[in-house]
Design a protein around this ligand. Structure first.
Ligand code: 5GP
Ligand code: ZN
Length: 130
């Protein structure tokens, strides 16, 4: 059992069947953009834009609806890291370039994978979506 899974079980969170927990644990392969102890970024399998990667906390959090004060530093790290990775992945600099950072939450928010993630999308338009 990976440290991520131990953490999830310790928290009583059911992440056994979570796609992004499996990606975080390396059980399902992904094209990695960035990894550290608590975060993973990887290319979206079905990109909407020339640059389109996802960033996830390795620990299972279902969505933004579950975040609390204990997640402030984690979410802060994600938002500070995203611009750096966007440029590294080929987004052009602000203001001519830029990128879109999106987090879908719940059914009406368009969330399909229920493990918190941010989409980082950029590159020359037109895009397929977004
Ligand atoms: P959501 O709709 O939940 O905001 O976004 C889920 C995203 O995950 C989608 O953009 C989808 O293309 C991506 N995705 C779904 N399954 C996989 C997978 O197995 N690998 C990768 N890299 N991305 C995935
Ligand atoms: Zn998960």
């Amino acid at each position: 059992m990976s440290s991520v899974e131990k953490h999830n079980h310790a928290e009583g969170v059911s992440a056994d069947n979570c796609l992004f927990c499996k990606i975080a644990a390396g059980k399902i392969p992904s094209r990695k953009v960035y990894e550290d102890d608590e975060l993973l970024a990887f290319h979206d399998i079905n990109p909407w834009a020339p640059v389109h990667f996802l960033m996830i906390p390795k620990a299972h959090i279902a969505s933004m609806a579950q975040v609390g004060p204990e997640h402030e530093s984690l979410l802060g790290r994600m938002m500070v890291l995203a611009p750096r990775l966007a440029l590294e992945q080929g987004c052009r600099p602000y203001p001519e370039g830029g990128y879109r950072i999106v987090t879908n939450t719940g059914a009406e928010g368009g969330q399909e994978v229920h493990h918190l993630h941010i989409h980082v999308m950029g590159g020359p338009r037109p895009w397929l979506r977004g």
